[in-house]
Design a protein around this ligand. Structure first.
Ligand code: PMV
Length: 338
């Protein structure tokens, strides 16, 4: 009972911030994203009667091992809960060993949870051979959402995807907008802060409704995910840029005005924002977006990619960057990590 899955992180164009339901992790609106080719997790999971307890080990790029304590911290407790749910649904009552490796440095402020959680959940259902879930991508996406991260659910399908708004568990699931070969746009993930963020996104989602701009955000979002979906299908960069960049600013406006305030930007974020606004004025096809962190994601077309990278490399506060193109979603692979 063993399976290995490779799964990408993703960058949202229309963001998930705040929840309709905190128990079953329902996002407040439809959110959409692109999978990232160079930021992924590979996870092997085995259920076996020789294991005395569940164990989770994360390997970073240099194979440095980090043991996870499944009794502490919201994210880790959710991992344990997810394992219990897999056991319940599959009626496999065995402990699990999980090893997960990231393609990018751990704890550098690049969101790892989407890659890690999607790989973990898909591998678990595959390992226990629970075909009612493992053979149904929509059902897999619901299970990933329930594991604590709606954004991770978007990584289950290929290329450009959306997690639908729904008021029930059944109606909030992921569907593909277009596959990874649809459009040659790039995400240059620019690292300006390689420290772990102080406010986890989970804490942040819980505080979102305390912002005076929270209801305004929900109102403003009406109809926008559909416009972004059409822009992706039409390969309409300027419409994607307009709505996506505005949404990142809007989401950070809510973050900064909630209680306690979640301020993720730093001086490096603003150095990059200022430069991108200047480049946009000069006609470059580029826009910025941010997750719950300081590190900008710059979306750029093929024609402007090289020039952008040269400029970004010359900025004072940039530590390094990762060049991503659209990628496949979760994939079952043969090479196990143990
Ligand atoms: O799914 P979480 O809890 O990791 O939250 C992700 C939230 C954002 O990255 C800020 C937005 C998004 O939709 O990816």
């Amino acid at each position: 009972m063993k399976a290995t899955v490779k799964s990408p992180a993703n960058i949202a164009f229309i963001k998930y911030w705040g929840r309709l339901d905190h128990d079953i992790y329902l996002p407040l609106s439809t959110t959409n994203s692109m999978n990232l080719s160079e930021c992924y997790a590979t996870t092997t999971i085995e259920f076996h009667d020789s294991f005395q307890q569940d164990s989770v080990t994360i390997l970073d790029q240099n194979d440095k091992e980090n043991e996870i304590d499944l009794t502490k911290g919201h994210k880790n407790i959710m991992l344990k809960k997810t394992l219990d749910r897999v056991r319940e649904k599959s009626e496999v009552d065995l402990n699990a060993k999980i090893v997960s490796k990231l393609s990018f440095p751990l704890g550098t402020g690049i969101a790892s949870s989407a890659a890690g959680l999607s790989a973990f959940v898909v591998a678990a259902y595959e390992a226990v051979d629970c075909s009612s879930v493992s053979q149904d991508p929509q059902e897999l996406s619901r299970e990933v959402r329930l594991s604590g991260s709606p954004s991770a659910a978007r990584s289950v399908m290929d290329g450009f995807t959306e997690l639908l708004f729904g008021e029930t568990h059944e109606t909030s699931y992921v569907r593909e907008i277009a596959d990874e070969n649809h459009w040659d746009i790039y995400d240059i993930t620019v690292v300006v802060n390689s420290a772990e963020k102080k406010i986890s996104s989970s804490q942040g989602h819980e505080g979102a409704s305390s912002s005076p701009f929270y209801n305004a955000r929900i109102e403003y979002l009406k109809g926008i995910p559909e416009k972004v979906r059409t822009a992706i299908l039409d390969k309409d960069f300027s419409t994607l840029a307009k709505f996506s960049q505005a949404d990142a600013i809007n989401m950070h406006g809510v973050m900064m005005t909630q209680d306690p305030a979640a301020i993720y930007f730093n001086a490096g974020s603003f150095e990059v924002i200022t430069k991108v606004l200047e480049l946009q004025d000069q006609g470059m096809e580029v826009f910025f977006t941010f997750d719950a962190g300081a590190n900008p994601h710059l979306i750029v077309t093929e024609k402007d990619k090289k020039a952008l990278i040269d400029i970004i490399n010359s900025l004072n506060l940039v530590e390094f960057y990762i060049e991503n193109k659209p990628a496949k979603g979760t994939q079952i692979i043969d090479s196990h990590l143990f």
